[in-house]
Design a protein around this ligand. Sequence first.
Ligand code: AMP
Length: 286
Amino acid sequence: VNLPPLVRSSRNLGRLLRAGRGSIGFVPTMGALHAGHLSLVRRARRENARVVVSVFVNPTQFGQREDFAKYPRDLAADRRLLAPLGPSILFAPGVGEVYPRGFDTTVRVGGSLGRVLEAAWRPGHFEGVATVVARLFALVAPRRAYFGLKDYQQFLVIRRMCLDLGLPVELVPCPTVRETDGLAMSSRNRRLDARRRFLATALVRALLASAALAGQGERSAPRLKAAGMRVLRAAPGLKVQYFEVADPETLLPLRRVRGRAMALTACTLGRVRLIDNISLMVPGHA
Ligand code: AMP
């Protein structure tokens, strides 16, 4: 199998892209690729003539006390994983390529999306994300870009940015890929020891408990939250940052669920922070 060409500089990326033709599908990642990322690449492969996968651990989206230094990096393995999926370009720029000397722009999405849940717990995070995605869109100029719904709020933030700035990129949301026991795949999972890896399934079990109750007709958000919190509290050593039942567009907390809602959670196990979410559907609503 052919390894994808590894491109380090934006100048070489531009050259390579100008030499070819046909729609570009783009999958931005921070590397340490797993089956979740690969599902995005496969979808991009199906829907576009060309595929660009970026691997860039973006320093500006990590907080002071977060795991930027410890974030897993394995570019050689990433390249090997992409090879069997068909032709693609692996773009792995250095920090100086993405943020050249003098770079002084920040993209900030406001409103509730920029304030609640992840935004509240990770100040500055979405500014880092929106800015790097805008920057990467400018370098890659994709027709379509693929994002996982595991990072649901991130998808909403990027969608808002594209709408507001009129960026000519079609965003494609992709379902969360899970391990056989339900744990949402994440590059951070490999930092969990065996005991914590087992406890980590509490997130998806909590979300499923809440979704099951909604499926039985429960509309009260506090009760839907309590069902999830019971599962999380039963996991020793797991710390809950939030478990919220929220409006799927604004992510503002709900009192009552009318039709569809999202349950979203963030927890820490030791130094590893995990997030997950699920769509809730209360029957009897269109
Ligand atoms: P990351 O490398 O964590 O920044 O993720 C890069 C892209 O892959 C983002 O759009 C994520 O939402 C997506 N992604 C990460 N984990 C999963 C997963 N388990 N299932 C689907 N997409 C995922």
